[in-house]
Each structure stands twice: as structure tokens, then as C-alpha cells.
Design a binder for this molecule. Structure first.
Ligand code: 0X9
Ligand code: ZN
Length: 432
């Protein structure tokens, strides 16, 4: 652990890494992260945040791995480590090393996945897209009376983006779950599939009530191209896979690409190489566009939207684009979020979730799914859920966490919807 509290901000001189050259090797042509470390660096104000973020701009080779409350988690290559440490020692920032060797974490996850191959599909390991789709076909075949498969559209690389509707009766309020818009957040699709299975097969009274009194629309993997890429090439891939004109960098952040306050207020980047690149124009990414078209078509049937992400253990409500204003029903959104957090904490794992608006609790985010759903589609209960953990493993969460995390999601969603009902948010917007 390194803690630094020294005087002035240093001029940052970090060496350029020829992107990819160091990363490419072994395990087929997987990008490697040997001796890449993740540092958690705390900041007090926006100026400090910007100073830290400037480390992640070219020509520096430090990447923003994740952002949590008042802290940036930075992915530091072994080549840039000396300069990074020098920067820290000359600055006021307090920092702590989180992951010593990212490749080791990836290898451990890979080994755990390989050990659990007794079934073609399981929640003891992370399944790839083909396995998830085969499983989905199986589920649709096993529960034909209450399920219906749907395709919201095609990805840039031409893959169908699939979902499942679960409906036990007419006249239910609708809940939409978007998952894995960020490719590397594998815990989201693992949780979404487990959740689907529970809705269909659990005998527990509370789960039966939950399953049968709502209509569920669940897209387990929205960013299908990125997800495949994260399995086959680069475990840490986040964005879509559509090339950018005039840049060698590929993909945009689909969670900055929705047409609601797009690119406002520093909530996204215009740099195609940035992890939060908003894309060249709203809905430039076929995946976000497909979602928007699908949701617009059924918006009267939807009362709630949840976007599954990882990591940080947070429930984030609108708005993302501004922390100055809060939605008219902010108080209700907090009450509902509290119900989720309390239910999760009451489980034997005791996991703590914090909640608040995106911009207030975290940082400005413009053009995200949940803000678009709230602002443009009149879905007044709309959250981003950031699953486990708080940074020990980050995106490379060991598969042994899948079921505990999914159990937390189930308990949380059950409590959330109960609170929504109490507050009158589950009334039908359409005539039966
Ligand atoms: O930055 C994001 O898109 C989300 N965090 S993540 O690490 N999963 O990428 C947070 C977004 C929260 N805010 C909104 N959805 N408005
Ligand atoms: Zn995410």
C-alpha cells in the first residue's frame, strides 16, 4: 500500500506506450496485462479530478479503469509506473494500490472458468455469448407459455441483440432490464441470466409473486460485439466495436450515446480513444439505437428501467447530466433506492450499497440509458445498478461471486418494486 501526501502538483511526464505492442502476446492473441496495476487515487474537488484525468490523456499510457465516489481507479502499465509513482510522491493525492497485477486476476478468473466446465452453461463461471444464447433458446423452449424471445436489432458487426419477455398474465406493470452495455462487466449478464432462471423456476412465494405480477423485458447482453471481443481478445474492453472515422481507436461508450443531453456538461468525451467517447452523434451506435427504438415502441408498457453495470455497489438515479437540478420525484427515487440497499444489506453477506443521483454521487454522465429512459420516455423509475465489488477485483470479479451477487440483485429488485408499488409507480399506463 502506498499513501502519499506531499506538496505540489508535479509536471507530469509519462512515457508513451505504443498501444498494443506490449499488450499483445500468448493465450492466442489475447491482449495481456502483465504487471499492469490498478491504483485507487482519491480527489477532493473537480480541479484535482481533472488533474488526475489528464494523466489518462495521450501521450500518457495510464488508463482510466473506473471511477467511484471521489476516487479514480487508474490502470498503470509497468512502463509508466515509475513516472506515476513520482507524480504521486510530488502531489497531494492519496493513493493506494488495488490490484498488483491485472493479468494475474484475469488468469485466475480464466482458471476458475475452466475448472467449472461440467455443464455447458453454469453460474459457477462466466459464459460466453454463444453459451448464453443457447441457454436462452433452451429457456424459451422450456417455458413457452410465459416467455417470448425478442430481437431489438442488430449490432455493428451484425449480431442479433436478443431479449426475453416473461409475462404470466395480462395487465402487469412492465420492468425493463438492460445488461452488459459495457462489454467487460461480465457480472451483469451472469446476474441477468440467473435472475431470469429464478423468475421462471423458483418456488419461493416472494419470487413467484415478483415474477408473476410484473411483465419482464430483459436483454442480458446489449453490447454483443464488445462482449464477444472481451471474451476473445481483450478482457477489459468496454465500448462498442464500430470503428471511428479519422481515428485508429475503435468503438464508443454506448452509455454516452443516447440522445438525451448528449455531450452536455462534460458528461462524455469527444475523443474517439477515450473510454467514455460519446460517439460522433447521438445514436451513432447501432446497439443504443436499437434499444431506443425498441423501448420507444413499448414505453407505455414500462414503469421501471434498470441498467445493470459494475462495479461500486451503487444505485444511481437521474440526473446524470447535472448535479444542480434533481428530478421532481427525487425524494421517491431515494426512498425506492433505500429499499433496494436495505434489502441487500439484510442478506447474510451484509453487502452495502450506496445511492444517489449519478451526477451528485459520482460524476456528470450524459447520454446514458437510464437518463434517456427517464427524460425522453417518461419512465419515472430508472436506475443504474452498479454491482459488486468496490474494487478488490473490479471488473474481473471471481465467478464465485456470481450467485451471491445475483441473490442480492433479486432481493434488491423485489424490495425496489414493492416500494414502487407503495408509492403508486406501478399503475398501468395503458388500457387492458
Ligand atoms: O460511467 C458509467 O457509464 C457507469 N459506470 S461504469 O463503471 N459501469 O461504466 C455509471 C453511469 C451512471 N450514470 C448514469 N447512468 N447516468
Ligand atoms: Zn458500466
Amino acid at each position: 500500500m502506498i499513501f502519499n501526501t506531499l506538496r505540489t502538483l508535479a509536471t507530469i511526464t509519462l512515457i508513451v506506450l505504443t498501444d498494443g505492442a506490449n499488450l499483445e502476446a500468448n493465450r492466442g492473441n489475447h491482449v495481456r496485462y502483465d504487471n499492469y496495476s490498478v491504483y485507487k487515487v482519491r480527489y477532493q474537488n473537480n480541479l484535482e479530478r481533472q488533474t488526475l484525468l489528464s494523466l489518462t490523456q495521450q501521450p500518457h499510457s495510464i488508463k482510466l479503469w473506473h471511477e467511484a465516489r471521489h476516487e479514480l481507479h487508474l490502470l498503470v502499465s509497468p512502463q509508466s509506473l515509475p513516472e506515476f509513482v513520482t507524480f504521486l510522491s510530488r502531489s497531494n493525492f492519496s493513493a493506494e494500490i488495488f490490484i498488483q497485477n491485472v493479468q494475474k486476476a484475469i488468469d485466475n478468473e480464466y482458471a476458475a472458468n475452466s475448472r467449472a466446465t461440467e455443464d455447458t452453461f453454469s453460474w459457477k463461471r462466466y459464459n460466453n455469448l454463444a453459451e448464453i444464447e443457447d441457454w436462452l433458446d433452451d429457456i424459451l423452449a422450456r417455458y413457452p407459455k410465459v416467455t417470448e424471445g425478442f430481437v431489438i436489432g442488430k449490432s455493428y458487426e451484425g449480431r442479433p441483440i436478443r431479449g426475453i419477455k416473461i409475462s404470466y398474465k395480462i395487465g402487469n406493470p412492465g420492468v425493463f432490464i438492460e445488461s452488459n452495455i459495457h462489454a467487460r462487466e461480465w457480472i451483469t449478464s451472469a446476474t441477468a441470466t440467473w435472475f431470469i432462471n429464478e423468475l421462471l423456476s423458483s418456488n419461493e412465494e416472494l419470487v413467484r409473486e415478483l415474477a408473476e405480477s410484473h411483465d419482464w423485458y430483459i436483454v442480458p447482453v446489449l453490447n454483443v460485439d464488445g462482449f464477444v471481443y472481451s471474451h476473445e481478445k481483450d478482457r477489459l474492453w468496454r465500448k462498442t466495436r464500430q470503428p471511428s472515422a479519422g481515428s485508429s481507436c475503435v468503438g464508443a461508450d454506448a452509455n454516452r450515446n443516447y440522445n438525451s443531453h448528449w455531450m452536455e456538461n462534460g458528461g462524455a468525451s469527444a475523443d474517439p480513444c477515450a473510454e467514455d467517447y460519446a460517439g460522433p452523434f447521438p445514436f451513432s451506435e447501432p446497439e443504443a439505437k436499437a434499444m431506443a427504438e425498441f423501448i420507444s415502441g413499448i414505453k407505455d408498457k414500462l414503469n421501471v428501467l434498470l441498467a445493470f453495470h459494475s462495479y461500486s455497489q451503487l444505485l444511481l438515479s437521474p440526473y446524470g447530466h447535472s448535479s444542480e437540478v434533481v428530478p421532481y420525484n427525487h425524494k421517491d427515487l431515494m426512498q425506492v433506492a433505500k429499499a433496494y440497499a436495505d434489502a441487500v444489506q439484510a442478506l447474510p453477506y451484509g453487502t452495502i450499497y450506496q445511492y444517489g443521483t449519478s451526477a451528485g454521487l459520482l460524476y456528470p454522465v450524459s447520454g446514458s440509458t437510464k437518463d434517456w429512459a427517464y427524460n425522453e420516455q417518461d419512465i419515472k423509475i430508472s436506475y443504474t445498478v452498479e454491482f459488486r465489488d468496490t474494487g478488490k477485483f473490479g471488473f474481473v470479479l471471481p465467478p464465485s461471486h456470481i450467485i451471491p451477487n445475483a441473490e442480492e440483485a433479486l432481493a434488491g429488485i423485489e424490495a425496489l418494486l414493492r416500494e414502487c408499488k407503495k408509492l403508486g409507480y406501478l399503475q398501468l399506463k395503458y388500457k387492458v
